[in-house]
Ligand binder design. Structure first.
Ligand SMILES: CC(C)(COP(=O)(O)OP(=O)(O)OC[C@H]1O[C@@H](n2cnc3c(N)ncnc32)[C@H](O)[C@@H]1OP(=O)(O)O)[C@@H](O)C(=O)NCCC(=O)NCCS
Length: 163
């Protein structure tokens, strides 16, 4: 039986390991990037569970772990954004992942559903989820959960050295 509960400080190292595993899996299968070739400083910054980011997501009150027999088998990191594309209060899901041994058992759906219900209680009007473009599992999960995929992509600009 899988329990979905809010992420806690004690989950930090387990959820970090699982999120990095999912990111690695995606990078190696989709982008053919060798994980061992990535600089360790870059790996440290990847994902919502990264050192400088975990506390932020814990404090949104909208980030969760899926736990089975005391083990973290899934996670979802999200936050409410005040205004996106003419909609006030949108639940923005930054990452969701499930351990490979626990996939196709409804854990991903449960995580999405719990986050959506809690966000609705906080006044959210819609949910947007960040998908890696060629992650078939993620696309299928979101379709099954009732999301509408209109082919939009996000473009990203780092402003650190921007003038
Ligand atoms: C995407 C992911 C979170 C799905 O988690 P999950 O717990 O396996 O999903 P569920 O069991 O709740 O699946 C629900 C539905 O999604 C669809 N689905 C999920 N994985 C699928 C797959 N590999 N192929 C086809 N359909 C799939 C199915 O419709 C499934 O329902 P069904 O099993 O009754 O057919 C998981 O595959 C994962 O962690 N992938 C790696 C990380 C990732 O891609 N994260 C997404 C952010 S980019």
């Amino acid at each position: 039986m899988v329990d979905i509960r809010k992420v806690k400080d004690d989950d930090k190292s387990h959820v970090r390991t699982l999120e990095l595993f999912c990111i690695r899996e995606y990078l190696e299968s989709s982008l053919q990037k060798k994980w061992d070739d990535l600089p360790s400083e870059l790996i440290e910054q990847l994902g919502a569970s990264a050192k400088d980011s975990f506390e932020f997501y814990r404090d949104t009150g909208l980030s969760y772990v899926a736990v089975e027999k005391g083990q973290v088998v899934g996670f979802l990191f999200s936050q409410i954004i005040e205004h996106v594309n003419n909609i006030d209060k949108v639940l923005w899901i930054d990452n969701v992942g499930v351990h490979p041994d626990h996939r196709r058992k409804g854990v991903g759906l449960k995580l999405l559903r719990r986050a959506s219900i809690d966000a609705k209680k906080k006044g959210a009007k819609a949910v947007q989820s960040v998908l890696m473009p060629d992650s078939k599992n993620a696309v299928m999960l979101h379709k099954k959960a009732g999301f509408f995929l209109d082919g939009r992509k996000f473009a990203f600009l780092d402003l650190e050295n921007f003038e």
